[in-house]
Design a protein around this ligand. Sequence first.
Ligand SMILES: Nc1ncnc2c1ncn2[C@@H]1O[C@H](COP(=O)(O)OP(=O)(O)OP(=O)(O)O)[C@@H](O)[C@H]1O
Ligand SMILES: [Mg+2]
Length: 446
Amino acid sequence: MAKAAVVYACAECGYSAGRWFGKCPGCGSFGTLAEEAPAATAKAAARPLLRLVDVEVDESERIATGVPELDRVLGGGLVPASLVLVGGEPGVGKSTLLLTALRAMSEERRTLLVTGEESVAQVKLRAARLGGAGKVEILAETELETVCATLEKERPAVCVIDSVQTLYSGELGSAPGSVAQVREAAGRLLRVAKEAGVATILVGHVTKDGSVAGPRVLEHLVDCVLQFEGDRYHEHRILRAVKNRFGSTNELGVFEMTGTGLQGVPNPSELFGRTQTGDPGAAVACALEGTRPILLEIQALVSPTDLAMPRRVGTGVDPKRLAMIVAVLSRHAGVALGSADVFVNVAGGVRIDEPGADLPVALAIASAAKGSAVRDSLAAFAELGLTGRLRPATQGERRLEECGKLGLEQIVVAAGSNLRGKLRKTEAETLRQAIRHALVEDRGQT
Ligand SMILES: Nc1ncnc2c1ncn2[C@@H]1O[C@H](COP(=O)(O)OP(=O)(O)OP(=O)(O)O)[C@@H](O)[C@H]1O
Ligand SMILES: [Mg+2]
């Protein structure tokens, strides 16, 4: 019988080889290769198959988190026994959000907070600031085996691990926060979550420093990845689903950070969709984020430059899309931008990835370049093609409805959108026509 091949695997990066190396050829770490047990060759017994229709499921009911904006992003609440990863930069408010949700959920079911970053006293202080601790149970622990054993014994309905980077398994040689540790922690917690029926929320840090494993390595493991974004210098925070096995992605929750915690903003359009009328360089977009239309003010500044390569800087818009829009404006709409810097900013620190916002971005830039304001109470949505033609944006009627709610009167859309509704709609075939319709006074620069 052939001898089972011996495999050496690196504990850091998972590289495997047929012989031992002092230095791992995969990641360059020293002394991390160890012999792995050869795969068991014993014959496994076959198992009977099931028909999918015969599988019995107890209709798993979602757990309302008590934070409506969080429920919306999760797709209607937390799914029991699921694993959710909440990522975000330091200080954005992850612990605050999850403590608020835990407290609300603790009224109905057992909830546990595993804190590895803060002491029990620090969490207590935060809870006091947020208005009480409810019946939340707490465990200050960083050893993975202890956390898993406790979860299996206590079986709370919901558990928050703050943060996954602090968990440490003695079985692995690597430091806490390394890729191997984080992956191991998530893998084991996943098993416990499914077996013990604990809905587990992992907090993960995203750092610019590569030494700490970002939560990216976990994305394929977990059921749902939420990204908490925002600027520490602004009070608004955006929660968005990047991946969701139980709901739509790109769903958006908007919060305001106050001294007493995070307050949900149920109607963000009110907040972000207003322009100071009469100023050139501002346009209102109606973007669709997940299932929710949202009005956003887009501001642009066009300023002459002597730089050989003029700058195109976008905050909240994708740089590639911005470059494309600037090129289409120059080539097809007669807005010369070759010797000008272009800056674009989306109100409230919101990021838009959606093609329906192409037209309003182009309108804001054209308005800034021509020094002519966009008409009062006008919003726009359409996708921009490379030929300068406009394409209808998806779900136009829902967007129109949102514009109506906010009292906008005139909407510029792509020709062929076929929208019903009371608002005055102007259909434009090309970007050039849309600019002519939208600006107060198109000074006709061609
Ligand atoms: N007294 C206060 N008044 C207003 N805002 C506060 C107050 N205390 C804290 N904050 C806000 O809460 C934020 C920190 O929240 P939190 O600790 O939940 O963040 P975090 O994402 O968990 O951070 P970390 O990554 O460090 O764990 C601060 O950036 C600040 O905006
Ligand atoms: Mg925290």
